[in-house]
Design a protein around this ligand. Structure first.
Ligand code: NAD
Ligand code: TDX
Length: 349
């Protein structure tokens, strides 16, 4: 039985990963360590919370005592590090917490893993530290070309700089101490449980509430969208089959301009939910500072070496996602009360 220490497993991708893994494998144990910031939500984990092979610990990855105790209490084989401050716009307003959680938190995790796993020169057999990163560390593309694993890091926002910093610390533990590590760099995810500060759930929530749909700049920035379950499948494959020390890019060649995304969401809601939701709701607003123009992942390495491929086409994934938010209005109402209102007010007014 392998034991996974999943950090940030109450956030969007982390909770999808915990559910995906517990449903897929009966012979694993998952310890979910999450601080429960505004982005963490135990409601996401309702369907697995009573599983005997699942444990939740509320704790901060920067807290040495908590992390070290988690390694002592459980015989951890794999760390999967999702825990992070993840929203670019927040990082532009408050960069410090991004440096603290994303860089120092990752270093603390690496230290505690090393303490638990390294005996003299010998690493505990079969262990691995998988760090979940992002294509944003590569910077921005022009009209052509893709990010490969060899693309130099060139982050622009405080968020992507902090992710690049954490990636390099993970690489350093691999290079210096020979810690068995992997880094995955994925493109934009969408799907259930995504916090409505991010583009797609923000659009859905605003359509349902007849609120303006804020589009930054000219709306022609491009993102490469991947359904969250396909990202979870990639992480599972990298843990179990990835060569130690390697970086794997994850993406499904699904590039869209932001305005295309906005129109897709409007059209679906107009046709299926509410005829009064139309393109009149679109509102072009001031551009994001340092807004990266285009992201596009070349996923050849993970496809050729590990046999990964995305299963959900965007046309199906976006319908499943919108439908999930329609079926889970209580969840949406829960996360958009309180802190979210203050955030929205400051950000968009
Ligand atoms: P999220 O913001 O939805 O969730 C982050 C989770 O981390 C939350 O549950 C939060 O409570 C927890 N957390 C924050 N600070 C913590 C701390 N100090 N200690 C412990 N837990 C803490 O983020 P997400 O979108 O699920 O992203 C997860 C990871 O995947 C991040 O590392 C992000 O950089 C990476 N990533 C995200 C995307 C995307 O499109 N969302 C794409 C590629 C990579
Ligand atoms: O209100 C908005 N209007 C708008 O035009 C918002 C919230 C976003 N946008 C634009 C900015 C981006 O070009 O939409 C695009 C997507 O924005 P986000 O959802 O904030 O995602 P992005 O900045 O691309 O970063 C995401 O993908 C990579 C995640 O938040 C990161 O955690 C991940 O690493």
């Amino acid at each position: 039985m392998k034991t996974y220490l999943v950090t940030g497993g109450a956030g969007f991708i982390g909770s999808n990963f915990v559910i995906y893994m517990l449903k897929r494998y009966k012979d694993i144990k998952i310890i979910n360590l999450d601080k429960l910031t505004y982005a963490g939500n135990l409601e996401n984990l309702k369907e697995v919370e009573n599983y005997p092979n699942y444990v939740f610990i509320q704790g901060d990855i920067t807290d040495r005592e908590v992390v070290s105790k988690s390694f002592k209490d459980y015989s951890v084989d794999y760390v999967v590090n999702f825990a992070a401050e993840s929203h670019v716009d927040r990082s532009i307003r408050e960069p410090e917490v991004f440096a603290k959680t994303n860089v120092l938190g990752t270093v603390n995790l690496l230290n505690c893993a090393k303490e638990a796993w390294l005996d003299g020169e010998q690493w505990k057999p079969g262990v691995k530290f998988l760090h979940v990163s992002t294509d944003e560390v590569y910077g921005s593309l022009g009209e052509t070309g893709y990010f490969t694993e060899e693309t130099p890091l060139d982050p622009h926002s405080p968020y992507s700089a902090s992710k690049a910093g954490s990636d390099l610390m993970v690489k350093a533990y691999g290079d210096t101490y020979k810690m068995p590590i992997n880094i995955t760099r994925c493109s934009n995810n969408y799907g259930p449980y995504q916090f409505p500060e991010k583009l797609i759930p923000l659009l859905i929530n605003n359509c349902l509430n007849h609120r303006d749909l804020p589009v930054y700049g000219d709306g022609l920035n491009i993102r490469d969208w991947l359904y969250v379950e396909d990202h979870c499948k990639a992480i599972d494959m990298v843990i179990n089959k990835g060569l130690c020390g390697e970086v794997y890019n994850v993406g499904g060649h699904n590039e869209r301009t932001n305005i295309q995304i906005v129109k897709t969401v409007i059209n679906y809601i107009h046709e299926n939910v509410d005829k009064s939701v139309t393109e009149d709701l679109i509102k072009f607003v001031e551009d994001r500072k340092g807004h990266d123009r285009r992201y596009g992942i070349d996923p050849s390495k993970i496809k050729n070496e590990l046999g990964w491929y995305p299963e959900t086409r965007f046309e199906a994934g976006i319908v499943k996602t919108i439908q999930w938010y329609l079926d889970n209005k209580e969840w949406l109402e829960g996360v958009t009360s309180g802190e979210y209102r203050n955030y929205y007010e400051k950000m968009y007014k």
